[in-house]
Design a protein around this ligand. Structure first.
Ligand code: ATP
Length: 320
């Protein structure tokens, strides 16, 4: 490869900037050129392509978000659009491409690989819901942000002897809810993977915990279940215990990345460039069993992972 393009796609995640920086500087260190593609696949189709040098990525390792912006581009699923995008890469001299995003973005990357552009995916999402990897860029920061927010709610919840329902992000995956549930010592963790919709059990548990003298009752609810305000009202009506809902929301997507996110995101960026230099394509970088590895994109997309059953059952025991 001579020129590497880099783009961010799908939802943003803290640490993406650290990856962009690592891609740019690793490529430059190897005598390659780098082009930044703005706004994901949408920007690629609009030829929003900029030259990047070492200074273009100054002062960003500590910043959340993505300096390249991100977008969704539904029409990228069409084969003629994918071919057009590959032609635009070729026209701009881009013969290697790094795509930072989630599973949808990897599908797009794989299609570009089929169209002759050497492409490597990097898992960037706060949700941790990419099966091939135990780590995704942004999860560590997001879960720490949510944990700190829940600590704050807990202080006031205890003072007022309330039940607090705190909704964290994760439309389809309960990793943030599970990790916060454990880290914040929640009485209840509701995830799309495990919640059976049995509100009576939650109500009984609130009453039971009151009887044994608990001053608060923290319920961490995943976005995918939602209806936190409704749940609070129903718990209050059924138990007489004052209940309040807090939706933490997009705060979880931003902020300065944690040390782990900066280091892992940098490593993944550097590894992606190493793979391109070695002539690899259609691969995704992953962190598995304590090591950085890479998989064929289609193989990675076919993998499945479960919301840690051990952590989930442990959380239940610890919340007594
Ligand atoms: P996140 O899970 O954080 O939202 P994601 O990468 O999974 O990230 P998507 O919105 O699913 O987010 O995908 C991002 C973009 O990737 C889409 O807008 C589209 O341009 C492209 N994409 C998604 N699915 C496909 C597909 N099957 N074929 C080609 N391109 C796709």
């Amino acid at each position: 490869v001579k020129t590497i393009g880099v783009l961010t796609s799908g939802g943003d995640a803290p640490g993406m900037n650290a990856t962009i920086r690592a891609v740019v500087r690793t490529a430059l260190a190897n005598g390659l050129k780098v082009k930044g593609i703005m706004r994901g696949y949408a920007g690629l189709l609009d030829e929003e392509i900029i030259d990047m040098d070492a200074k273009s990525v100054s002062d960003i390792i500590n910043r959340g978000g993505t300096i390249l912006y991100t977008a969704r581009c539904p029409m990228f699923k069409e084969p003629e659009v994918q071919k057009k995008a590959a032609d635009i890469c070729k026209k701009n001299g881009i013969d290697g491409l790094v795509v930072i995003g989630g599973d949808g973005s990897f599908q797009g990357a794989s299609r570009l690989a089929e169209n002759g552009i050497n492409t490597i995916g990097i898992p960037g999402t706060i949700d941790l819901d990419i099966a091939c990897t135990d780590y995704t860029i942004g999860f560590d920061t997001a879960v720490n942000t949510a944990m700190e927010a829940i600590d704050k709610v807990r202080d006031t919840s205890t003072s007022h002897e309330r039940c607090s329902i705190i909704e964290v992000m994760g439309r389809e995956a309960g990793y943030i809810a599970l990790w916060c549930g454990i880290a914040n010592g929640a009485e209840e963790i509701l995830t799309v993977e495990h919640y059976d919709g049995n509100e009576q059990r939650i109500i009984d548990s609130v009453l039971e915990k009151r009887k044994v003298g608990k001053k608060h009752h923290i319920i961490v609810n995943a976005e995918g279940i939602g209806d936190s305000y409704g749940l609070a009202q129903r718990i209050e009506a059924a138990t007489g215990v004052e209940a309040r809902a807090t939706i933490i929301g997009h705060i979880q997507r931003g902020g300065n990345p944690t040390c782990k996110d900066r280091v892992y995101a940098s490593t993944m960026g550097a590894k992606a460039v190493d793979l391109l230099i070695r002539g690899k394509t259609n691969r995704v970088i992953a962190y598995k069993n304590g090591e950085f590895v890479d998989f064929d994109i289609q193989e990675a997309l076919a993998m499945k992972k479960e919301l840690d059953p051990y952590l989930y059952s442990m959380a239940k025991k610890l919340s007594r």
